[in-house]
Each structure stands twice: as C-alpha cells, then as structure tokens.
Design a protein. Structure first.
Length: 293
C-alpha cells in the first residue's frame, strides 16, 4: 500500500500527516506531546488523532521525542559524523496489529563537547533531500536551537543553544516581564541588540537589565524591549556558534517568524542565509526515513 502516516512527535505537540507515497495529504495536530504521556499512552493518542485514516496494515514513521527514553520506544542516539537519517530505524511495539511503527533515532556528539539532538536530524535529512549537494550549516532555531555542520551528506558536528527556552523564562518569570509586551517587531532595536551581544557577549546579563531600566526611566516601548531581549539572546548565540557559521553557507529552518529573525541577524554579519520551511523539511526527512530498509 502507498498510504502511510508521517508523525512529528514533539515535547508539547503531536503532528500527523496522511501520506500517499511522497504526496502529503491532511495534517492534524494535538497537544499530546511527549511531556504529558506515559510510554503506553503513545499508541492510543495517535489513534485518537488519526485512527480513522487506518483501514488496514499501515506504516507509521515517527521522528522526535517519541524516541526519547520516556517515549514510545527509546531510539538510541547515533554518533556523528554520520548521515542525519540512516537504517535501522527503531521498531516500536503496538497493540493494534494494523500498525507498523518505526522511529527515527536522534544524533549524539561527545567531542568537542557533549551534545544531542532528537527530531532536528529529520529536518536536516529534509534539507539534504531538497538541496542534495548542500555543504554548510543548518541553523534550526527553536526552544533549543541547533547549528549543524553538514558536509558530504553527513552531520559532521553540531552545537545547541537554549536561546528559546531562556527567552521564555525571562519573558514570563523574570523582572523583565513587566517591560515586554505585544508581538510587534522592531527590527532596528533587534539588530542593535544583536550587534551589542556579538561585540561583548560577556556583558549579556548587564545588557538584559538595561531593558528594565529603560522602561522605568524612559518608558521604553514594550515592543522595543521584547525585540532587544530577542536580539541580545540571539546575538549571544551567534557569538557562541561563530565557528559553525563563519564563512559558510547557512540554511535556516524553523518557525516562520523565528526564522526571519535569525536570518536578519545573520545578514547583519554579512551572510546570505536561505530559509526553508520547518514543516516541509520535517516531512521531506520522514519520506527519506520511510524509504530506508
């Protein structure tokens, strides 16, 4: 049968797409992410979301946190350098005999520093499906942003930055929450903050408090405060990942607004990044995974 189901199972979200060979059909999404599930709950939650698509033996290919230690079935990390997706995938047991479930393993790195990724390797496989000869860096912004050096079809090394999680914590739980607001984007303020953080990343914590002080003393527009917070954190991330992106071609793959912010920051340091859709690259990577023996 050509019909199968592509599943991206994140920490907070489950997303399933009905596939007919390489052609994508309907996509459905729920809040049944890995964080809220016990291992035995994965199969029922998937059937709740997409059970009406299953009318016979059905192959299901999964990436993301379903392969974590606390997930449906642990898919052990593969050590870089290696292709982003390769056989064998991890088989997950299912009570429903119609289901054939395989999970894409994540990637790991021990040197030059310990690091792991789970889910992003599938996006990188999608990038290579879209741009087969790509040699450069895949920038995958998100809660935990990844910078992966890709060459000759392999992930050579990568670096993770907790920028998205730090932004969330500071904007929701710190004193800065009183000085941020709205979703308006002030690119000039953002790029100035990127430049500040790149020039002096060691001053980050002091620069962060300036956002609060500018609000109290100058009634700074909350949108400027939010844009500066984003710029300072992304600028510090660029400083930390400079060995990955300096002088290389960069493809940015993430949520649309976040990808645009990272691309603007990279353009400010002289690069010409290309943006590819994260959802499309995930599906492309899952197609690559499905074709594996």
């Amino acid at each position: 049968m050509s019909g199968w189901i592509a599943v991206d199972w994140g920490t907070t979200t489950l997303r399933a797409t009905r596939m007919d060979g390489a052609r994508a059909g309907e996509t459905r999404e729920s809040g049944d992410g890995m964080n809220g599930l016990s291992p035995e709950a994965f199969e029922p939650r998937l059937l709740d979301l997409a059970g009406d698509w299953i009318d016979g033996p059905t192959e299901i290919v999964v990436c993301g946190m379903a392969g974590a230690r606390q997930g449906w079935a642990e898919a052990p990390y593969r050590a870089v350098p290696c292709p982003p997706v390769a056989a064998p995938l991890t088989v997950a047991r299912s009570a429903d005999p119609r289901l054939s479930v395989r999970i894409v393993p994540g990637l790991s790195q021990r040197a030059p520093h310990p690091d792991v990724m789970r889910g992003e390797e599938t996006q990188i496989a999608g990038i290579l499906r879209e741009v087969p000869e790509f040699d450069g860096v895949a920038c995958l912004p998100g809660t935990h942003a990844k910078w992966a050096h890709v060459s000759a079809g392999e992930v050579v090394s990568f670096r993770t930055a907790m920028t998205g999680e730090i932004f969330g914590l500071l904007s929701r739980s710190s004193v800065l929450r009183h000085s941020l607001g709205g979703n308006d984007w002030q690119e000039a303020a953002f790029l100035e903050a990127v430049s500040d953080a790149l020039a002096r990343p060691e001053a980050l914590s002091a620069r962060l408090f300036e956002i609060r002080a500018a609000d109290l003393l100058e009634e700074q527009d909350p949108a400027i405060g939010r844009s500066r917070l984003s710029g300072l954190l992304i600028g510090a991330e660029l400083a930390a990942t400079k060995p990955w992106w300096l002088g290389r071609d960069v493809i940015v793959t993430g949520a649309p607004a976040l990808s645009q912010a990272y691309a603007a920051a990279l353009r400010s340091v002289g690069l010409a990044p290309r943006i590819l859709s994260a959802a499309e690259m995930t599906l492309a990577g899952l197609k690559t995974a499905k074709d594996l023996p």
